[in-house]
Design a protein around this ligand. Structure first.
Ligand code: KMT
Ligand code: NI
Length: 178
């Protein structure tokens, strides 16, 4: 079952897969106010139903651990750095954890990091335009996830430090304004 809390912001390039739990929990209702939705889905039928309801027509599976890079530590580390770099996508994205575990960090309205720890059967819907990042847990360093797309997989990650805004980002900012 998912765990959600404020990140302690004490991460460095060497320890970002640690839990970084500040001790301050975040209720799922707070996630909903920034357009992030959590569901526990225990079987493929329910996943398929959700995909149909929300008109997701495509999916793929991602296996992430050192073995997936043929034990090439440099290649693995490059991918880990890439996923941990703050970015957004121009489409809503669903992540469903099949096995292993991982952290999705999302920005709250005050730009603070909220960390979600997802394990098997956890599903997270991230709206288009939300700044986020991903990493594996130190304990397992492994995740197997299904990624769901509305149409063609649209994978461009728009990094925050690139400073590129877009309609998706602007719409998102409007959607969470109070
Ligand atoms: C993302 O959007 O950053 C990702 O999809 C990370 C990998 S999914 C387990
Ligand atoms: Ni992403």
């Amino acid at each position: 079952m998912v765990e959600v809390y404020y990140h302690d912001n004490n991460d460095t390039p060497d320890n970002f897969t640690d839990a970084h739990n500040s001790g301050v929990p975040v209720p799922l209702e707070d996630l909903a106010t920034i357009g992030v939705f959590y569901k526990n889905i225990t079987n493929l039928d329910d996943l398929n139903k959700l995909a149909t309801e929300r008109q997701y027509r495509n999916r793929d599976e991602v296996n992430l651990n050192l073995a997936a890079f043929n034990n090439d530590l440099d290649a693995y580390n490059r991918k880990m750095q890439q996923f941990y770099k703050e970015h957004y996508h121009e489409d809503e994205e669903i992540r469903y954890i099949v096995d292993g575990e991982g952290y999705f960090d999302v920005r709250d309205k005050s730009d603070r990091w909220i960390r979600t720890k997802l394990v098997a059967n956890d599903l997270l819907i991230l709206p288009a335009g939300i700044y986020h990042r991903f990493t594996l847990t130190n304990d397992l360093k492994y995740v197997k996830a299904v990624r769901l797309f509305k149409d063609e997989p649209k994978w461009e990650a728009i990094n925050r430090d690139a400073g590129k805004l877009s309609e998706a980002r602007e719409e998102y900012v409007k959607s969470i304004a109070v």
